[in-house]
Ligand binder design. Structure first.
Ligand SMILES: [Zn+2]
Length: 152
């Protein structure tokens, strides 16, 4: 893969570019946004140099715009992600991801005895640390940190 930064991923006419994804979390972002299940044209580049992140990834999704709620779901794996909304090959709008106060239905509770792991209960968390992203379970109050996160 070329590492010429911007050149490695081609331009799109309309759609969304998600930049500043930590390279190791690229596929988590794809899963969380359900990009593996949509018919849109998607290009991505990974292990690109980034001053902020070391190695970053970038995803371009043609003909797709996201809702705020939808995009904030990726904040847990890419808290510094930046979105460019592209219209007619130009950046029409920029958006930053915001780590929400609460999340549900994305991450599994770390506690194997938690009701959410034993029964058909959707996990729900309070975000207790927005910088490093750690989550406190609504049911068992155990903390799930970034290192132990498993995705539904
Ligand atoms: Zn729990």
């Amino acid at each position: 893969m070329k590492d010429k930064k911007h050149l490695s991923v081609s331009a799109i006419e309309n759609g969304t570019v998600i930049d500043h994804i930590p390279a190791q979390n690229l596929f988590k972002v794809i899963t969380i946004l359900g990009l593996d299940k949509i018919p849109n044209q998607i290009t991505f580049g990974t292990n690109l140099e980034s001053k902020l992140l070391g190695k970053k990834a970038i995803v371009k999704i043609a003909d797709k715009y996201f809702e705020r709620d939808e995009i904030n779901r990726i904040a847990i794996v890419a808290p510094h992600a930046k979105l460019n909304i592209i219209k007619n090959y130009e950046v029409a709008e920029k958006m930053l991801v915001e780590v929400p106060d609460q999340i549900s239905g994305i991450v599994k509770c770390v506690n194997p005895k938690c009701i959410t792991n034993a029964e058909d209960v959707t996990p729900k968390f309070k975000v207790v640390d927005k910088e490093n992203v750690s989550l406190k379970c609504h049911y068992c109050e155990k903390i799930t940190d970034q290192e132990h996160m498993q995705y539904l």
